[in-house]
Design a protein around this ligand. Structure first.
Ligand SMILES: Cc1ncc(COP(=O)(O)O)c(C=O)c1O
Length: 371
């Protein structure tokens, strides 16, 4: 039994003395939020890191995604084709916008939305495809783009797990109409809470700016039904400091990934997921698949980890289609979600953060090997 709990992740934290310098500056300026100096610098630097032309910062990824959907002015009640193999925020943002999530099956190798099954779900009411780059694996952005063009649909990507990922050298935030990134404390890159939207269309700059700030255009003009999505200066300061640290953290996680790969790749019944060759890993998660020929089930293995204080996670079990708020919908009951329903029973995310020692990694691998 490990004395202290080993969690699935640990937040990247800047040195307190560095943060203090930023806090002193913020205190001196007496400007705590509302697009301050730190906010604007952070937004500017993110453009380079993400290799995108426009970035809008938000106080968290959920409000960012909510605003992204709102900014596209989709017909009220229209349908959005999305994946149920994701965090609750993805379908909830659709529903909060008064739209209807239509759940599509996933692809077994990357666990992202199965682009070959999207067309079957399109109806005259479909307005948007919302893909999730789950675990940092990219959706089939080329195929989704083709479908969107053919049926005149908008595309949003939830890239909460794919910070700094590139496909053939192109920042992942360049695909679709809008992409959302989350900077939550559990993410590879964090600003405690936070997130951003990236997009190419210049018309969206003003629209998103206003929606993020209650729809206020000027002191006497409120044009849109906006929300408070503004990132404050302290969040932005932590984001700025972590921008200098996240590459180093990725290098450490690369080592951990190699360690796990070496120890686990030969174990019968354990399937490792492989990032496509043209895609860089964000190193957000280390998921494994417990196949039927492994001696015990995923849930039994999960218990063995928990008995040893190793807090592995069953991301994404339950699937969103199992939630009380979605499962009673007739379309959900009838949906073909074979791969989702198989994967959700088999996946396990192992602890994955730079501070894990080789001793920690050995004890984690031992749990799997001993079985
Ligand atoms: C896939 C996915 N989408 C959206 C979110 C929401 O982001 P936030 O926590 O920043 O609101 C998260 C996680 O937190 C996530 O994992």
């Amino acid at each position: 039994m490990t004395e202290d709990k080993i969690y699935v992740t640990q937040p990247l934290l800047p040195e307190l003395k560095d943060l203090n310098r930023y806090i002193q500056e913020i205190w001196g300026s007496k400007w705590l939020t509302n697009m301050g100096k730190m906010h604007n610098e952070f937004e500017h630097r993110l453009k380079d890191v993400l290799k995108v032309s426009n970035v809008s910062l938000f106080n968290n990824g959920t409000i960012a995604l909510l605003t992204a959907i709102k900014a596209l002015n989709l017909p009220y009640g229209s349908e959005v084709i999305t994946t149920p193999f994701t965090f609750a925020a993805t379908p909830h943002c659709i529903t909060w916008n008064g739209l209807k999530p239509v759940f599509c099956d996933i692809e077994p190798d990357t666990m992202t939305i199965d682009a070959n099954k999207i067309e079957n779900l399109i109806t005259p009411n479909t307005s948007l495809i919302l893909g999730v780059h789950v675990y940092g694996f990219p959706c089939d952005v080329k195929k989704i783009d083709e479908i969107a063009k053919k049926y005149n649909l908008k595309v949003i990507y939830d890239a909460a797990h794919a910070f700094s990922t590139e496909i053939d050298g192109v920042g992942i935030g360049n695909f679709g109409d809008i992409t959302m990134f989350s900077f939550h404390a559990t993410k590879l890159f964090n600003s405690v809470e936070g997130g951003c939207l990236t997009y190419k269309n210049l018309d969206l700059v003003k629209k998103i700016y206003n929606l993020r700030n209650f729809g206020i255009q000027s002191e006497e003009l409120v044009e849109d039904v906006g929300i408070n999505g503004k990132m404050n200066e302290i969040q932005a300061a932590i984001g700025l400091l972590n921008l200098d640290l996240f590459r180093k953290e990725q290098e450490k996680r690369e080592h951990i990934k190699s360690f796990y790969n070496a120890k686990l790749s030969e174990i019968k019944g354990i399937r490792l997921l492989k990032m496509p060759n043209n895609t860089t890993d964000s190193y957000q998660y280390y998921p494994i698949v417990i196949e039927d020929d492994y001696p015990i089930s995923r849930d039994k293995l999960y218990e063995k980890f928990r008995d040893k204080n190793i807090m592995v996670r069953k991301y994404f079990y339950p699937a969103c289609t199992d939630y009380e708020c979605y499962k009673h919908d007739l379309a959900v009951k009838l949906a073909d979600l074979k791969t989702v329903n198989a994967c959700k029973q088999k996946v396990l995310c192992l602890p994955f953060y730079g501070a894990l020692t080789d001793e920690n990694l050995n004890s984690i691998c031992k749990v799997i090997c001993d079985v």
